[in-house]
Design a protein around this ligand. Structure first.
Ligand SMILES: Cc1cc2nc3c(=O)[nH]c(=O)nc-3n(C[C@H](O)[C@H](O)[C@H](O)COP(=O)(O)OP(=O)(O)OC[C@H]3O[C@@H](n4cnc5c(N)ncnc54)[C@H](O)[C@@H]3O)c2cc1C
Length: 413
């Protein structure tokens, strides 16, 4: 029986353990925490967006950070296979807007429990409180790992220590240190999928405002970098929510100086083109012709954003609606269709949903997840330089890579 050690009991680690045990290996999982799947249990705001019900091509398209590295592992274990896996473990799933898949219970802990159950059924042994800090390597082959003074021997070791974000959940970047011991290059870890900060004076006054069905365009020095449709929210320090997290991907690739040159333009009424928007505004102005402008936009816009829209358009808020000129109406519509938020910085790696960077994928076999530097050593999950957009793509990537690593680590040489 092949002995396999899995380091880290997150999404990738638990799936790797299941897959190795299924393939007949004797599996020992070492987790530094006293529980499994801590980060997994807080994913999707505690609901766990476990995958995206999409084809392999669509999934790869949504993983801009080295998505093509996943062709082989996704072909072997795609979204449908992952959903079948959880259903077989008794977890009912549902698909929401944007093909996002969640457990019907809306409880991420059910996903963690299902993985734990699968491991138990297959006889995976789990040891808690084991912080692996050393790889034992001899003549280019793995021999085991060390956690403090304790030595654990095995001819196969799978590293699934995660990235560097939300480090209280256990992923503190120690996987990179282990990879370096094996001679791997680390692409500098950076935050990805983070809130964006803004020093625009009106931001604190908008905190808590959540917008649905808006189109947000990201510009860098007047050049359109990306645009996203969906939900976002204002925070005390800037903006967040699904659309913003996705757009942050592009902002994070820029230097701190260039990040400050970025501006978001929020189209608050994307279903209306400029002519239709002007006509719609005129209707409201006609309807409330004797009111002040500031009291006439409630049917068009959320209350808290109205004073800011009026201020940015330069129109006097206490002007009566029947006095608003064509130019003023146009100025209001320009702000409504391109509400500006100037970016000052991005969230820290600690706040990031995923870490960009990590173990260089060129040094890993994409089919087996085995290191090209040390035989018998495997890497999978966020510890690798692979990162996708929100929507279930990151967990799908972790599960597919985990499935591949476990399967091949269990094989005889
Ligand atoms: C708030 C939040 C919400 C998210 N929501 C979603 C979502 O809804 N959908 C989605 O697709 N993605 C989501 N993600 C991203 C997703 O959680 C990660 O991509 C995924 O958890 C990565 O899995 P992993 O197994 O590689 O790493 P992790 O889940 O981070 O697991 C790593 C494990 O290794 C252990 N470990 C680390 N170092 C050592 C060591 N030296 N020795 C022993 N054990 C060690 C850690 O304690 C941890 O248990 C979210 C992330 C966050 C932070």
């Amino acid at each position: 029986m092949q002995k396999v050690i899995v380091v880290g009991g997150g999404a990738a680690g638990m799936m790797a353990a299941v897959s190795a045990a299924k393939a007949g290996a004797c599996v020992l999982l070492l987790e530094r925490n006293n529980r499994l799947g801590w980060k997994l249990s807080i994913t999707g705001k505690g609901r766990c967006n476990v995958t995206n019900d999409s084809t392999m091509q669509e999934i790869i398209k949504n993983i801009p950070g080295n998505g093509s590295f996943l062709y082989s592992s996704l072909a072997a274990f795609d979204s449908a296979s992952l959903q079948d896996f959880f259903r077989a473990q008794g977890v009912e799933l549902k698909t929401e807007r944007g093909k996002r898949v969640f457990p019907v219970s809306d409880n991420a802990k059910d996903i963690v429990a299902a993985l734990k159950r699968a491991m138990e059924k297959l006889g995976v042994k789990v040891l808690y409180g084991k912080y692996v800090d050393k790889l034992l390597i001899e003549d280019g082959a793995i021999q085991g790992v060390q956690a403090g003074e304790e030595v654990f021997e095995a001819e196969r070791v799978i590293i699934t220590c995660g990235g560097k974000s939300y480090s209280t959940t256990g992923s503190d970047g120690s996987g990179y240190m282990l990879a370096e011991q094996a001679g791997h290059s680390i692409i500098t870890p950076k935050p990805a999928l983070v809130p964006l900060y803004s020093e625009d004076k009106y931001i604190p006054g908008l905190a808590g405002l959540s917008l649905k069905n808006v189109e947000v365009s990201l510009y860098h020095r007047n050049k359109l970098l990306a645009a996203e449709f969906g939900e976002m929210l204002f925070t005390h320090k800037g903006v967040s929510g699904p659309v913003i997290l996705s757009l942050s991907f592009d902002v994070c690739t820029l230097s701190a100086i260039d990040q400050r040159q970025c501006i978001l333009k929020i189209n608050l009424k994307p279903a209306l083109d400029m002519d239709k928007l002007q006509a719609r505004l005129q209707r409201d102005l006609d309807k409330f012709s004797r009111r002040h402008l500031a009291n006439s936009l409630n049917e068009l816009l959320p209350q808290s954003i109205i004073p800011v829209v009026i201020q940015l358009s330069g129109v006097f808020p206490h002007k009566e609606c029947n006095q608003i000129t064509k130019e003023e109406r146009k100025a209001l519509c320009e702000i409504i269709s391109a509400f500006p938020v100037h970016i000052s910085s991005v969230g820290t790696i600690e706040e990031a949903i995923v870490t960009a960077g990590g173990v260089c994928v060129k040094e890993i076999n994409p089919k087996t997840m085995e290191s090209r530097k040390v035989s018998g050593l495997y890497f999978c999950g966020e510890v690798l330089d692979v990162q996708g957009y929100t929507g279930g793509f990151n967990l799908q990537a972790a599960f597919s890579m985990g499935n591949a690593a476990g399967k091949y680590a269990a094989e005889e040489f």
